[in-house]
Structures are given as structure tokens and as C-alpha cells.
Design a protein around this ligand. Structure first.
Ligand SMILES: *Cc1c(COP(=O)(O)O)cnc(C)c1O
Length: 224
């Protein structure tokens, strides 16, 4: 199937309340434009340099989401245009995003990443220390970030029971935060979870945003 057909198929099959982030990392501008011509406007990238090149070259009504691990010293490059930063996993990063947002008068939407997988290598905050994390965060003074929800990745495993448990953990954490820390904040509404191989499970467990790469663009990389 073509990229255009894949986009159409996702749009027809995803529930209305679930947003599709087309993960275009390593894909060419031509591939992105094919998705764009099919109506897709929301794209996800995980490398700052690559994203900057694409942002400059491609239509300005694309909403770019940064889905990778972000270093504080690179926030300034994204702050002027990024639509959402998915993987905030430290107070320092949150403060840096706030500082850069303030400098240019923007409020930058962010998700807090939690480590729900059993794998060691993945980034994110420990769900069990979410309380502690938000105790330290002075939300009232972070006027240039909008914490819009949570993000997580399940373990890469054929064990679907385990994947369900991990997604459910993130969903439950979201619900707790929504009724406590963010009870006055209607903008806290997104759960970014689910990739090509597990997005259906993620949706069954409450995802509002799926990040799909290979099932739209195929497996091969256009750029090294
Ligand atoms: C690459 C990537 C995806 C998309 O993965 P696919 O398996 O190609 O759908 C989703 N989320 C993150 C954080 C990624 O880095």
C-alpha cells in the first residue's frame, strides 16, 4: 500500500478522539509530502537537526511534534515552532522549555514521559515517583509551558498481557494526575501511547494520540 492509502486507512479506522502522529523520522520530504497531500498535518520527529531541516523545507501548516529525547541546550531551536514536546522527563528540561518560551512569548505544549516498560534503556520518569516529581514542580511559575498530558512506551514484547498492563499503568497515572495535580487544568487531556505494533492495544487502554511510523511510511530509512 502507498503512503497515501495508509493515511486514509488510519483515518478511517482510528476512533475520532484519537489523533494520528505520523512519525516521519528518517523519511524524505517527498514521503512526508505524500502524507501531507492526503490531508495529514501532524508529524513526529526525534532528531532536532533533521526536524529543523524539514521544518524549513516543508509547508508551514504542518504541526511538528518532537517525540525523542530532548537535550536542554537544543530547546531554543524548537521553541519558536514546535506544536508539542512529547518526552519531558526532568524538571530541568521543563524549566528550560519555559525559559525559552518566555523569551519569545510562546506557551509550549508538553507531555511528561513516564517509563512504563520493563526495559532499562528507555527514558522517562518512574511512575511511582510522579507524586514527588510534581511536588517539586512549581506549576504556577511555569507560565510558558502547557502540560497537556502524559506519554509512554510499552515493552517491545509479544506478551500482550504485559503490554496491556503497561498501557493501563500510564492511563491510571494520567487519571490520578488529572484529579489531583491538574484538577484545575482542562488542558491536561492527552495520553500519547501506541506505535505501529501496539497502537490498537494502546487505544483499548485509553490512548488519545498514537505515534505511527513504519505502518505509514514502511520500514526502510530514506536518510541515514
Ligand atoms: C520511531 C518512534 C515511533 C514510531 O515507531 P513505529 O514502530 O515505526 O510506528 C513512535 N514513538 C517514538 C518515540 C519513536 O521514536
Amino acid at each position: 500500500m502507498s503512503i497515501a492509502q495508509n493515511i486514509t486507512q488510519f483515518n478511517q479506522s482510528l476512533p475520532l478522539e484519537v489523533k494520528l502522529v505520523a512519525v516521519s523520522k528518517t523519511k524524505s520530504n517527498e514521503a512526508i509530502m505524500e502524507a501531507y497531500q492526503s490531508g495529514q498535518r501532524l508529524f513526529g520527529e526525534n532528531k532536532v537537526q533533521e526536524l529543523l531541516q524539514k521544518w524549513e523545507a516543508l509547508p508551514k501548516d504542518i504541526e511538528w511534534h518532537f517525540i525523542g529525547h530532548l537535550q536542554s541546550n537544543k530547546v531554543k531551536y524548537l521553541a519558536p515552532f514546535i506544536s508539542m514536546i512529547h518526552a519531558v522527563d526532568s524538571y530541568k528540561l521543563l524549566q528550560t522549555i519555559n525559559d525559552e518560551g518566555r523569551k519569545i512569548g510562546r506557551i509550549v505544549p508538553c507531555l511528561v514521559q513516564f517509563h512504563i516498560a520493563e526495559e532499562q534503556s528507555k527514558f522517562g520518569l518512574d511512575p511511582d515517583s510522579a507524586d514527588l516529581f510534581f511536588q517539586d514542580v512549581d506549576l504556577a511559575n511555569l507560565k510558558h509551558v502547557a502540560i497537556s498530558g502524559v506519554m509512554g512506551m510499552a515493552t517491545f514484547t509479544p506478551n500482550t498481557t504485559q503490554i496491556d498492563q503497561e498501557f493501563l499503568k500510564l492511563k491510571n497515572l494520567f487519571e490520578v494526575l488529572k484529579t489531583t495535580v491538574f484538577s484545575q487544568n482542562t488542558g491536561f487531556s492527552e495520553i500519547s501511547m501506541g506505535m505501529s505494533h501496539d497502537y490498537q492495544q494502546a487505544i483499548r487502554n485509553g490512548s488519545t494520540m498514537v505515534r505511527i511510523g513504519s505502518s505509514i511510511f514502511g520500514d526502510q530509512n530514506d536518510t541515514p
